[in-house]
Design a protein. Structure first.
Length: 243
């Protein structure tokens, strides 16, 4: 049975630190272009939509061959809006107007433009074959261990962020190399089975961590400054995604 795989490119207009972050020019192209082109080259994705609250963004997507669904309501396009809100909005529209219901949803955030088709295919295969897995999320190893992170109260007393489950009485005084590794979600690959939405969740409870070298996430002005480090990959983008 053929699976319906939907790619959603979330692209709201407002952003705090970088104005119009999702469409800033990166080596001659608006940032959203890279996620659109990537999705178009994935022949296992059978529908691509851009979820936006902006006419301007919608027209840019149209220029690159993506005809968006109706504009996302402003009430679910705020800084504190949740992913599940725009995802449900888009799926309701597709079901009602196109009779389309995906089995799997891939979120391609414009701010994580450097991806590889083979890695996304690997993530999708994991999601399909492992019946208990609800979602797959890419992660990168943290440079510093959480064992050395603290919460601080109003009296300036420190409390470890996590409960000690190491062999050391005071892991915050132990060598980093002797402690467990920790990972953060890098936002590059994020996909899930739509069944979890019925429980009011996006990722579900069984989240498969996919360790990846790709970890670029453009979220601050400092991230913009270091883009030149990736210039080669952007200039050769069409080859990069297939490497």
């Amino acid at each position: 049975m053929k699976k319906n795989i939907l790619a959603i490119i979330p692209c709201r207009q407002e952003s705090k630190e970088i104005k119009n972050k999702n469409i800033i020019k990166v080596f001659g192209k608006p940032l959203i272009y890279y996620s659109i082109y990537f999705a178009q080259q994935c022949n296992f994705i059978n529908k691509i939509i851009v979820s936006t609250d902006s006419i301007k963004y919608k027209n840019i997507a149209k220029k690159y061959g993506i005809f968006s669904t109706p504009l996302r309501p402003k009430k679910i396009s705020k800084d504190d809006s949740l992913d599940i809100d725009f995802i449900k909005f888009e799926l309701r529209y597709l079901k009602k107007h196109e009779n389309y219901s995906p089995d799997f949803v891939v979120i391609l955030r414009p701010t994580s433009p450097l991806r590889k088709i083979r890695t996304l295919k690997k993530a999708l295969n994991i999601l399909i074959k492992k019946k208990k897995v609800d979602s797959v999320r890419s992660v990168s190893e943290m440079n510093k261990t959480i064992y050395k992170s603290w919460l601080i109260n109003k009296n300036n007393y420190l409390k470890p962020v996590i409960k000690n489950d190491s062999k050391f009485k005071e892991p915050y005084n132990a060598p980093r190399q002797e402690l467990k590794k920790f990972y953060y979600q890098n936002a590059v690959y994020d996909l899930f089975k739509t069944r979890v939405l019925n429980k009011g969740l996006v990722s579900g409870k069984k989240i498969y961590g996919l360790k990846t070298d790709e970890k670029l996430d453009i979220d601050s002005l400092n991230d913009i400054k270091i883009l030149n480090n990736q210039k080669k990959n952007f200039i050769n983008f069409k080859k990069y995604i297939k490497s």
